[in-house]
Design a protein around this ligand. Structure first.
Ligand code: ADP
Length: 398
């Protein structure tokens, strides 16, 4: 089934046309700088890549360009729009309302608007993308696939914070978790690689990219995850702080005379690898600086690896065992040194890494030694394919 997958940000829009039958990407691309000067579309199909700078004042114009590119006789992938059976949208926050992907109707749209307050940077853009597709492809079913949905299986003991309970009831303050589509995809792939039913496995999935989260997946269900109400907690990220003692926040606000939005900016944009190293938010730059002897760059990487290892240990304890650790996303798929450093010291759990096998990038590989009782898997994530598969399944069910 041919599914158009849309991931809409506030000024950009990524898309893929996927044929779920052969798991084949027929075309993909990126619309950038929507509503800003210098807007452009980059479209790729069959080894061809075309780039066109043109005026893109809003998302509707952006999606019209995507549709035109897909239908183009020179570099398109479709002869008629009727071939698109559904559009799958990545939606960041589904609150507590959505534990699964859903076909979008008026009621779903109303709920998405209600959830917008929980993800003010992301959900409004996702809604705009859905509305633009609805008006350009009115007869095609639209499906929402949520970053939070996979984590709705967490038990209350994992998602309730130690705050007065009324804040959960009144304001929805709780752990939601993110990157759910990625954690779900890699745990399904892990079961395939291990040739075992997912419902019998205890897996810790480490999604380590610009944004990172670690999840305890027991029997195929998320039972705890390191991100929370927002996308700051857990291990340190490119520019986000990871776990900090909440006491730091009012203290710093008073000491440095910072407003709530200024401290928010520091936690989201000036912390993590960038904040500690002072070099860059990009793990490759930080690794290069550390190799040249930059102490703060080395410290930033040490903290990333240490916190990730602590989460793996904590989640093994939470699940009462561990069958596999999965590494995915930009850092997890590519950085042999960070993976090795995270796994140093996990031998007591039965997880032993084979240094030679670990010398791999961007492919599905089991990098544990043959006698390791816990498997260590590198699995490239594929959120777009997961979104397309969820969408196709829902539409086929009708
Ligand atoms: P996003 O969260 O934006 O999707 P990605 O999953 O693409 O991010 O991850 C981006 C991160 O992956 C960056 O920190 C980048 O440095 C890191 N990364 C990509 N390739 C490598 C590599 N070969 N070695 C180390 N880090 C890498």
């Amino acid at each position: 089934m041919k599914i158009l997958v849309i991931n809409c940000g506030s000024s950009s829009l990524k898309y893929q046309l996927i044929d779920t039958d052969g798991e084949q990407v027929m075309a993909k691309g990126l619309v950038e700088r929507i509503g800003i000067e210098g807007s452009l579309i980059t479209h790729q199909t069959d080894g061809q890549k075309i780039q066109k700078e043109t005026d893109i004042p809003d998302h509707k114009v952006g999606i019209k360009l995507v549709v035109d590119a897909l239908l183009s006789p020179e570099h398109g992938a479709l002869t008629s729009l009727d071939e698109i059976k559904a559009v799958g949208h990545r939606v960041v926050h589904g609150g507590e309302k959505f534990a699964n992907s859903v076909i979008i109707n008026d009621e779903v749209m109303a709920t998405l608007h209600e959830c917008a307050g929980l993800a003010p940077l992301h959900n409004p853009a996702n809604i705009i993308g859905i509305e633009a597709c609805q008006s350009l492809l009115p007869d095609v079913p639209q499906v929402a696939v949520f970053d939070t949905a996979f984590h709705q299986t967490m038990p209350p003991k994992a998602y309730i914070y130690g705050l007065p309970y009324e804040y959960y009831e009144k304001y929805g303050v709780r752990r939601y978790g993110f990157h759910g589509t990625s954690h779900k995809y890699v745990s399904l792939r892990a079961a395939k690689m291990l040739k075992k039913p997912l419902n019998e496995l205890k897996v810790v999935t480490c999604h380590l990219g610009n944004g990172s989260s670690i999840t305890a997946v027991k029997g195929g269900q998320s039972m705890d995850t390191s991100l929370g109400l927002g996308t700051i907690s857990g291990t340190i990220m490119g520019t986000r702080s990871g776990d900090v003692d909440p006491a730091v926040i009012p203290y710093l606000m008073e000491q440095a005379d910072l407003s709530a939005s200024e401290i928010n900016d520091i936690l989201y944009k000036k912390s993590g690898l960038l904040g500690i190293s002072g070099v860059s938010s990009d793990a490759r730059d930080v690794e290069a600086a550390a190799n040249e002897g930059n102490k703060r760059a080395k410290l930033a990487l040490d903290i990333l690896c240490y916190l990730t290892r602590k989460y793996i240990g904590a989640y093994a304890a939470a699940m009462g065992g561990l069958d596999a650790v999965v590494f995915t996303a930009g850092i997890g798929e590519n950085s042999t040194t960070i993976r090795a450093q995270i796994c140093q010291g996990l031998e007591f759990l039965g997880a032993k890494m084979d240094a030679e096998k670990n010398n791999t990038r961007g492919k599905e590989v089991d990098v544990a030694t043959t006698d390791s009782t816990v498997r260590i898997l590198v699995i490239p994530t594929n959120e777009e394919l997961m979104i397309a598969q969820d969408t196709a399944e829902l539409v086929a069910r009708g």
